[in-house]
Design a protein around this ligand. Structure first.
Ligand code: LLP
Length: 431
């Protein structure tokens, strides 16, 4: 990101020109930035420790072009729905590098995963194992599985993003009569190749402590499994959740901050216990793509509520980025065509949905904003397009992939026709 002649450039591209060419709201994705992040991940984790994998969490952002980047970069992919699985397969992503998560996988989704031959299914619930087994038996296929545990740890993040606490719909509780029958059945199954355990404690987690507690839970369980059944697990998946700095006031955490101590703990444990070191897998979503995204909007109405606040309305909002409305998430931004002008006023950037909570940024310091200006909101690469919706029959924005000054359209703007194409007007006989 840089300013040239007063205009904001992103991955070598003039953002104001992009807004003119493709219209707004417009999602920008920097391929260079994603590749840089992949390289960082290789340096600090994948190439540093042997037997490691990264399965990017597609729920953060998934398009067919993203699948192509991941494939080239040698990453695996974590999917959580038939839709994500379909997207990956449509893009030609190798099925054996796909890992299937989800707390309520449907029968047909599991069938789809078995048919494609995904690399892992991560079992999340006691009823899932017999369901997978029966599908594999019918199709005469064997599939590798992990069991997702609920490590029962609290993590300090927004309540909606906590997933590893005891009162959670995710993971199997570590209770004797709940978890061990599942493990026993997995070990004894002719159709399942039981690889090990998985946990994911939440998202946008700034602390290391909950990871270490969850790792402890998995290590103790692995030891217990070896003692009870003489079975050594081959894989531990520690999920994602690594925090991103959206605004200056937030901390900037590196992958190293979490992964170095976690890997040390795992290494020490397996050495001490004289057990084979399992593969360690991570599932970063947000931390790989958030910085690579930017959203462009056109400023429309400007409303000054005297002595209270100035509202700057843009042509998108909670339909393309629901995170501020849903979690109180904070973003930073700039008027792209006035990027070098002094930020003289404090304004609130609001969307165009019929909802008072549709405020993208509260109290943003900007140059004087007028209708027609292009507003750039930073770090919108994760959970924005992925959570885009059609509220107020808003159309999903177009998306452009940028790389060193060149731009390619990778998602077309949704058409008005597509908003009604699945709707059917009922037929009333006799009218
Ligand atoms: N693995 C599993 C099993 C997950 O459930 C998630 C995210 C991840 C990996 C990736 O987590 P990340 O590295 O992106 O934090 N919509 C929320 C975030 C929900 C995350 C759900 N699970 C948001 O916009 O902040």
């Amino acid at each position: 990101m840089e300013t040239r002649n007063g205009v904001l450039y992103f991955d070598g591209c003039d953002t104001v020109e992009l807004a003119e060419k493709y219209g707004t709201p417009l999602y920008l994705v920097s391929e260079s930035m994603i590749i840089r992040k992949c390289n960082e991940l290789k340096e600090c984790f994948l190439n540093r420790y042997s037997g490691t994998r990264a399965a990017y969490a597609g729920k953060a952002y998934l398009t067919m072009s993203m699948c192509k980047i991941l494939e080239r970069e040698g990453l695996c992919l974590d999917v959580v729905s038939g839709g994500e699985l379909y997207t990956a397969i449509q893009a030609g992503f190798p099925a054996e590098r796909i890992e299937f998560n989800g707390n309520n996988k449907l029968f047909e989704e599991i069938e789809m995963a078995v048919d494609y031959g995904v690399g892992r299914i991560i079992i999340d619930g006691t009823q899932e194992l017999p369901m997978i087994e029966s599908i594999c038996e019918k199709k005469k296929k064997k599939i590798s599985i992990l069991i997702r545990i609920n490590p029962g740890v609290e993590s300090l993040t927004h309540a909606h993003m906590v997933t590893g606490n005891t009162d959670s719909k995710f993971g199997i509780p570590l209770e004797e009569d709940v978890i061990f029958p599942v493990i026993k059945a997995a070990i004894g199954s002719n159709y399942l190749n039981f690889m090990g355990f998985h946990f994911h404690i939440g998202s946008q987690i700034f602390d290391l402590e909950p990871y270490l507690l969850a790792v402890d839970a998995v290590l103790n369980l692995s030891k217990e499994v070896r003692e009870r059944y003489g079975y050594s697990i081959e894989e531990i998946n520690i999920g994602g959740g690594y925090a991103v700095q959206y605004v200056k006031e937030e901390e900037n955490k590196t992958w190293d901050y979490y992964l170095e101590p976690v890997m040390k703990k795992i290494d020490t444990f397996f050495k001490q216990e004289g057990m084979n070191h399992p593969a360690v897998v991570i599932e970063p979503g947000r931390s790989l793509v958030a910085d690579a995204g930017m959203t462009l909007y056109t400023v429309g109405s400007v409303k000054e509520i005297r002595n209270i606040r100035k509202y700057i309305s843009v042509d998108g909002g909670m339909a393309d980025n629901i995170r501020p409305a849903l979690y109180g998430a904070k973003y930073d931004g700039v008027i792209a065509n006035k990027a070098d002008q002094p930020r003289v006023e404090k304004v609130s950037i609001c969307g165009k949905c019929c909802e008072s909570g549709d405020v993208l940024i509260r109290d943003l310091q900007t140059a004087e904003a007028e209708a027609g200006d292009i507003l750039a909101v930073f770090k919108t690469g994760a959970y924005c397009y992925a959570m885009a919706n059609n509220y107020n029959k808003s159309r999903t924005p177009a998306m452009v992939l940028l790389k060193d000054g060149s731009a390619q359209l990778i998602v077309k703007r949704q058409s008005y026709e597509s908003l009604t194409c699945n709707e059917v007007i009922p037929f009333y006989p006799g009218k």
